[in-house]
Design a protein around this ligand. Sequence first.
Ligand code: C5P
Length: 404
Amino acid sequence: MSEALDLQGRHVVLGLSGGIACYKSAELVRELQRHGATVQVVMSEAAAQFITPVTMQALSNRPVFSSQWDARQHNNMAHIELSREADALLVAPASADFIAKLAQGRGDDLLSLLCLARPIDRLPLLLAPAMNREMWAHPATQRNAAQVVADGAMLLGPAAGDQACGEVGDGRMLEATELCEELVAHLQPKLLAGQRVLITAGPTFEAIDPVRGITNLSSGKMGFAIARAAAESGAEVTLVAGPVALTTPRHVRRIDVQSALQMHEAVMPLAGQHEVFVATAAVADWRVQGCSEHKLKKDGSGRVPNFEMIENPDILASVARLPKPPYCVGFAAESHDLAKHAREKRLRKGIPLIVGNLGPATFGQDHNALLLIDGQGERELPHAGKLALARELVREIAARLPKP
Ligand code: C5P
C-alpha cells in the first residue's frame, strides 16, 4: 500500500559507495522524493565508476558532493555541513570496503568522514550492504558489519537472490521501495517496542465443495496496514491472514489460512504469547456443515443443493475469554447506527477497545474513517489513508497498555 509523503519535511543524505547496485540508487532518489523527502547525494570516488554524478544531480536536483576538499561549502567543511541539516544518513550501496572503513573509524574521503562526523545521538546511519555473496559471508565483512552495528549503525538487508556476478546468495541490495519503507519505519516512534502483537486480517473462505465457497468483500488492507504500523513501532508482529493477495509488510510474520476454523486454530495457541490482539478479519459467521468431498453437479432436474450452515467460533470472544488475555481490539463493520452497534459489540465480546467503521463503504478502499470506543468514551479518527489511521490506532493502543 503506497502512502505518499511519509517523509515530508525530511532531509536525507544519500551516500553511494562503489558497487554495481549504484544503478538502484537512482531509483532510490526518486522513491525518497515521492515520499516527500529532499535528498542530498554524496558519492565515493568508486561509486562514480558505476553511475555518474551528473545522473544523481539531475535526479536529486542538487549538486552532488564527492570530495572532502570540495570548496563549494561556505566554510569548506562539507563533511560537517551536509550532515547537520539531515534527518537520516543512508548509505546505499554500502560496499564491503566502505563498511570496513567505518568499522575502523577511518575518514579518508568525504563519505566516510561524513559518517564519522555525524552527530551520533541525533542522526541515524543506515547502511544497505551490497556485494558478492562470498564477500558478504567473509569473516572479515561479518566482523566489520557487527562492529558498525555495535557502534550505532543499522543494517538494511542485504537480501538473498540473483547477483550481478551470476552467483546466487546473500548480498543483494534491497530494492528502492524496500529501502524507503525501512527508512520510513525507522523514523516512526517506537511506541510498541518489546510488545508482541497478533493481528487477524482479510476475509475467510468457507468451502462448499472443492471448487466453491462463501467469502466476503474484506480486502485485508486495514489489517495489513495495522501490521505494518505495529512493526514500524517496534513490535514483534504476527499476522494471521485469510485469502488475500497483499504483500506482507516487512518484518512481519505471516500465517496464511483459508477458513474461520483454520484462523481460530492458528490464533488460539498464539494468543497467550502476545500482549496485544487486533481482530480486523471479517470472519465468516457460518460455515457449510459437511462440505462436499466432490464437486457438486447439476443433474438437469432443476433441483438446487441444500446445505446446512453451522456457526463458526468467535475468535475474538474466545481470545478475550482466555484466563490471561492479551489487550484485545475488535472491529465492527456496520452499515448503520455505527456507534450504537459498536458499543454493544464491545460489551458482548468483553473487550476493552472496539474500532467501528462503515463496512460496505470502506471494504477494499485505501481510505477509511474510524470510531474508537472504550470504557471511557469515544474518539473519531477522521477520513484518512488506512496506513495513517493504522499508525494513529497504534498510538491509541500503546497509550492504553499497562506501563511496564
Ligand atoms: O460479531 P462481528 O463479526 O460483527 O464482530 C466483529 C469483530 O469480531 C471483528 O473484530 C472480527 O475480527 C471478530 N470476529 C472474530 N471471529 C468471528 C467473528 C468476528 O474474531 N467468528
